[in-house]
Design a protein around this ligand. Structure first.
Ligand code: PMP
Length: 290
């Protein structure tokens, strides 16, 4: 496996970074998770734009143009001869000293891994996933805005631990005042009275790229769409619930806090979104040849 590291493609065991890297010491950095389907990188420009937005939000200047970053992603895929991949792109503040001071870090560390990912077993896509509401609340937007895809995922990991302790794979994260934000690694949608509804990202969620794709699909499918503040009770009462994310794609929810959604089965409209999503990944993307 070849890893892109600071401008070079190196073997996996040579892809090492300093223990003084602030990405490791403090989670000081940003990242993206991107997928390619049959040699088409899905929504690559959107992912790169979000990476640079996240970096700007933490005042991290990426020492590379967006065009070169896109080239680096494609080169990594080609070097690994991967047609279907999950790409992890990471930019850290770089190597500094043991203090927090970002000014003491030299050049940012940039690495790209092209690998595979399978978040949930196939049966959950067929039968639906049971999730819970996490005890852990989502970070305040005024503290660490969840719109920033930073290397600081401890808030999400604590909620993931809540899920695991409850015997489930995912958890819904609420704001301090009980509004639904998103799950630990996915955005959340409901279908209510035939309409697609999701919380606004300003409540404290990532501007998911799959979220945007699904909203776009709703328009094409003639399904109404609304961004609305939701409480967990609105989820219990919804006709259908599903999650979206690059790694998870679209996954139906069958149960929340042990309450059945749609009788405990994936809903019909969710299935249609899953089918339409699959179609779009086959035709839409940045092509690369090996
Ligand atoms: N929310 C969080 C917290 C995430 O980490 C992710 C990405 N895994 C998402 C939502 C979904 O975003 P996207 O569709 O861009 O992958």
């Amino acid at each position: 496996m070849k890893i892109y590291l600071n401008g070079e493609l190196v073997d996996r065991d040579k892809a090492v970074i300093s223990v003084f890297d602030h990405g490791l010491l403090y989670g000081d950095g940003v990242f993206e998770g991107i997928r390619s389907y049959d040699s088409l990188v899905f929504r690559l420009k959107e992912h790169i734009d979000r990476l640079y937005r996240s970096a700007e939000a933490i005042e991290l200047k990426i020492p590379m143009t967006k065009t070169d970053m896109i080239k680096a992603v494609l080169e990594t895929l080609k070097a690994n001869r991967m047609k279907d991949a999950y790409i992890r792109l990471v930019v850290t503040r770089g190597t500094g000293d043991l203090g927090l001071d970002p000014r003491k870090c030299g050049v940012p560390t940039i690495f790209i891994i092209a690998d595979k990912i399978s978040l949930y077993p196939e049966e959950f896509y067929r039968n639906g996933l049971a999730i819970i509401t996490a005890r852990t609340r989502r970070n305040l937007t005024t503290a660490l805005n969840p719109k920033i895809k930073s290397l600081n995922y401890l808030n999400n990991i604590l909620a993931k631990i809540d899920a695991i302790k409850a015997g489930t794979e995912e958890a819904i994260m609420l704001t301090y005042n009980d509004y639904v934000t998103e799950c630990t690694g996915d955005n959340i949608f409901v279908i209510s009275c035939g309409k697609l509804v999701t919380p606004p990202v300003d409540v404290g969620a990532l501007e998911g790229i799959t979220r945007d794709v699904v909203i776009g699909l709703a328009g094409k499918m003639g399904i109404g769409f609304e961004e609305k503040m939701l409480k967990v009770e609105d989820l219990y009462a919804a006709d259908e619930v599903f999650l979206t994310g690059t790694a998870a794609e679209i996954i139906p929810i069958s149960m929340i806090d042990k309450r059945r959604i749609n009788g405990g089965k994936p809903g019909e409209i969710t299935r249609r979104f899953m089918e339409e999503f699959k179609k779009i990944t086959k035709v839409d993307g940045v092509k690369y040849e090996m």
